[in-house]
Write a protein that binds this ligand. Structure first.
Ligand code: GLN
Length: 493
């Protein structure tokens, strides 16, 4: 394992600028690390070694010429949900077998325009549906963290499980991810990494395989808060190819790091204190409150009364949109085709063979809640609940609260196979209890590591912010990070 892969993005950037290291050396170090670890961790579904080396050589030329971009020579992993021109893009699914898009997503194009190097595509839950990476056609990802004295394989969370595991295991300097109901923040919490879901509309959705279009947002997973800020600045943009892209200038997020939280009002929502929540989650939350108070923040108790309806409403809205978005996978235009006697049978055979069980469940739920006779009772009602959830947040922000602190997840990482989704999918859905509200309201949320549980596994805290105020989240998360310290797994793979 190379020392080069231990560098954060900020550290690597400084050493590349000073020409102490080359982008080629850094990329080779990561490619070697991936080759050694991937058979065990399964974080990458495709490694683009030749492309990475060519991009690194081009970065070295720009560094020498003094024309380096903001991410020049930084090797990144890309969630398999982002279209990458001519490269593996299957959203963790069998139905997109062999699909290599003739175009590049806006988010990844922004990264390459800033000089980043693409290492490969990262494993994920199929179509981003899941909380454990176990629904991937490519098999589960193994979390680089293990409980003390126990070699049982744990999940890295999902759906961005490959992204989180690769960042935690030093298999990329940072990664792209997406979050529809928690898929950046929950895996970040399970792997001791930092993940931010920005405000809806901050990153373009163009070229990102759609799951639930009104909730999907791209964001980074990184080793620390500063690296997450550096990555988000490059990923975010105003894009006329996405009608929901917000026409708001992208801020210099890194500049917010180090900003004081003195006098800042931070809300603690009483509804996030759930029955049956493990004592260790409550303890880490209290610790976070104490750290922010010690840094001069004013802690205020708040109420978000519709919180308890967020999860059931999400599991109507998200499948409804998914059932519509996934209608395009019919064996005609791309990916897998399983022949039949006629067109209809070809559709049926292709979708039956191409989608996994969880995706089929979502398509069936979504189709049901949108069908005539049930639309008003389920979909319309869920949309009304969504409006109330959004209003809960607007009310507390209007009352002067600048950020909200909650746990990121209701537990630490669990074992592969532990929460058997086939037996009880609702158990898996409960992982999203603290994160879905943020997607329903379109707000930014960041997960930051805050401590270890009794078994030595990482636990995360979540900060929720006002629309387009990612800067406050970076500033506040950095205060928590400074207090908590950094967490890294012991290398066993
Ligand atoms: N776990 C949630 C789901 O399965 C969220 C997924 C996501 O954010 N992409 O829908």
């Amino acid at each position: 394992m190379s020392e080069l892969t231990n560098l954060t993005i900020a550290e690597a950037r400084a050493r590349l600028e000073k020409r102490e290291i080359t982008a080629a050396e850094l990329t080779d170090a990561y490619l070697a690390a991936i080759e050694a670890a991937n058979p065990t961790l399964n974080a990458y579904v495709a490694v683009t070694a030749d492309k990475a080396r060519a991009m690194a050589a081009a970065s070295d030329a720009r560094l020498a010429a003094g024309t380096a971009g903001a991410l020049e020579g930084i090797p990144l992993g890309v969630k398999d949900l982002f279209a990458t021109e001519g490269e593996h893009t299957q959203a963790g699914s069998h139905i997109l077998d062999g699909f290599r898009p003739p175009y590049e997503s806006t988010v990844t194009a922004n990264l390459w325009a800033d000089g980043a190097v693409m290492l490969g595509k990262l494993n994920m839950d199929e179509f981003a549906m899941g909380s454990s990476n176990e629904t991937s056609h490519y098999g589960p990802v193994v979390n680089p963290w293990r409980a003390e004295g126990d070699d049982k394989a744990l999940v890295p969370g999902g759906s961005s499980g490959g992204s989180a595991a690769a960042v935690a295991a030093w298999l990329c300097a940072g990664a792209t991810a997406t979050d529809t109901g928690g898929s950046i923040r929950q895996p970040a919490a399970f792997t001791g990494t930092v993940g931010i879901k920005p405000t809806y509309g901050r990153c373009s959705r163009w070229g990102t395989v759609a799951f639930a279009s009104s909730l999907d947002q791209a964001g980074p997973i990184a080793r620390d808060v500063r690296d997450a800020a550096i990555l988000l600045r490059s990923m975010a943009s105003v894009d006329d190819k996405d009608t929901t892209s917000a026409d708001v200038p992208v801020a210099d997020y890194e500049a917010a790091i180090g900003r004081s939280v003195k006098g800042m009002r931070i809300g603690i929502p009483k509804e996030y204190r759930m029955d049956g929540m493990p004592g260790e989650i409550e303890a880490v939350w209290q610790q976070g409150i104490a750290w922010l108070r010690a840094a001069g923040a004013e802690i205020v108790d708040i109420s978000l009364p519709h919180t308890k309806y967020a999860l059931p409403a999400y599991y109507i809205v998200a499948p409804a949109e998914a059932s519509s978005n996934l209608a395009r996978y019919d064996g005609v235009r791309y990916g897998l085709r399983v022949p039949g006697r006629d067109l209809l049978e070809m559709y049926e055979n292709t979708r039956a063979a191409g989608f996994g069980a969880e995706v089929k469940r979502r398509v069936m739920i979504g189709t049901y809640v949108l069908s005539a006779g049930y639309y008003d009772a389920y979909y319309l009602r869920a949309q009304k609940v969504r409006t109330l959830i959004k209003k809960d947040f607007e009310d507390v922000f209007e009352a002067g609260v600048e950020a909200i602190l909650t746990p990121a997840t209701p537990s630490a990482a669990f074992g592969i196979g532990d929460q058997d989704m086939a037996a009880d999918p609702v158990k898996m859905y409960l992982n999203d209890v603290f994160t879905v509200t943020v997607n329903m309201a379109g707000l930014p949320g960041i997960a930051v590591p805050a401590g270890l549980d009794g078994k030595g596994l990482p636990l995360g805290l979540q900060l929720i912010g006002r629309p387009f105020d990612e800067e406050t989240l970076f500033a506040t998360a950095h205060v928590l990070e400074e207090a908590a310290g950094h967490f890294a797994p012991r290398r066993w793979w």
